[in-house]
Design a protein around this ligand. Structure first.
Ligand SMILES: Nc1nc2c(ncn2[C@@H]2O[C@H](COP(=O)(O)OP(=O)(O)OP(=O)(O)O)[C@@H](O)[C@H]2O)c(=O)[nH]1
Ligand SMILES: [Mg+2]
Length: 316
């Protein structure tokens, strides 16, 4: 009887699905399995897809996956929904939209919803990426709505980030505000079969040409138009994604980003462990009392933190 890690590495999809569930549930053995899988990962191209709700991300991903299948790739898709209590329906919609891909043994699709903290979702996404990578999926596509900090956090896992905008959504300006411009590697104007797509693309190109940081950068962000429902523009998009990957490798950026990632991953694991230790020591009632004392100015956050650090053995 092979263990779950061996089965997963041998291409067993049930083992893969089981592993993802263990990660989502933060099951204790998951960390040990992930540690074993690390040496087998590191080959996949990780592609992030973000943009406003309804921008056409899932439809785009579905058709992009089809294009990549024509190129004989084995593709992983993770649909991340950071705001599950409110957009639970969106995940369901994604499932239906992506259903047509579900029968393909070379495509693995998984939806993930936020349970705990902001760091929690980004961390579990990173873990699932590692698992898919070790199982031989390449590329791995992460879709998430681009509305807040949690999404930006999730997108940091990606090596190539696609920012999707549709004509008439007025996202172009919002994209700058949300700080999405800094993480975009490729802009996609989706629904290009609709009127206004050319103008949206022109506005985006204009905005990019006015950005002084972008003018100096070695990678010139392409603005591509796709009409996923008509299967148009997907080959160009797949080519651009490949080109960005080559740029990352040749410029040394891929290695640089990987190292930065690992540092923040280790830091996050430590913070997580420390917080778990604290929560084991402090009951909900005690928390409540502490917060009340501090807000009433009877105590201060610094000495409380000191005391808790002492209690978990951080200060000897
Ligand atoms: N005309 C046209 N409509 C499209 C195209 N792509 C997507 N749509 C429509 O746009 C709507 C939203 O598409 P989705 O792919 O669900 O968009 P999304 O960005 O994944 O949405 P969320 O995950 O809910 O944020 C759907 O009604 C699609 O049918 C396209 O290329 N052309
Ligand atoms: Mg979607």
């Amino acid at each position: 009887m092979q263990n779950i890690v061996e089965r997963l590495l041998n291409g067993d999809r049930r083992a893969l699905a089981r592993m993802v569930t263990l990660i989502e549930n933060e099951a204790p053995p998951a960390r040990r399995y992930l540690a074993e899988l690390h040496q087998h990962a590191g080959r996949a191209h990780i592609v992030g897809v973000t943009g406003a709700p309804g921008a056409g991300k899932s439809t785009l991903v579905t058709h992009l996956v089809r294009e990549l299948r024509r190129r004989e790739r084995k593709i992983g898709v993770i649909a991340v929904d950071p705001t599950s209590p409110f957009t639970g329906g969106a995940i369901l919609g994604d499932r239906i939209r992506m259903m047509e891909l579900a029968g393909d043994p070379n495509v693995f699709i998984r939806s993930m919803a936020s349970r705990g903290s902001l760091g929690g979702l980004a961390a579990s996404t990173r873990d699932v990426v590692r698992v898919l990578d070790a199982a031989g999926y390449d590329p791995i596509i992460i879709e998430t709505v681009g509305t807040g900090q949690a999404e930006v956090e999730v997108m940091r896992t990606a090596q190539t980030v696609l920012v999707v905008t549709a004509p008439g959504m007025g996202d172009e300006v919002q994209a700058i505000k949300a700080g999405i411009l800094e993480i975009a590697d490729i802009f996609v104007v989706s629904k290009a079969d609709k009127p206004g797509a050319d103008q949206t693309a022109a506005e985006l190109s204009m905005m990019l040409s006015l950005d002084p940081n972008r003018r100096k950068a070695a990678w010139r962000i392409p603005v591509l138009r796709t009409a996923a429902i008509k299967d148009q523009g997907l080959a160009q998009l797949a080519d651009a994604i490949q080109k960005h990957r080559e740029y990352l490798i040749e410029s040394g950026m891929l290695a640089q980003r990987a190292q930065r990632q690992v540092r923040s991953e280790i830091q996050a694991l430590i913070v997580h462990a420390v917080m778990n230790a604290v929560n084991e020591q402090v009951s909900e009632e005690e928390w409540h009392q502490l917060l009340e004392d501090i807000t009433k100015r009877e105590r201060d956050p610094y000495s409380v933190a000191n005391e808790l650090e002492e209690r978990i053995g951080l200060r000897l």
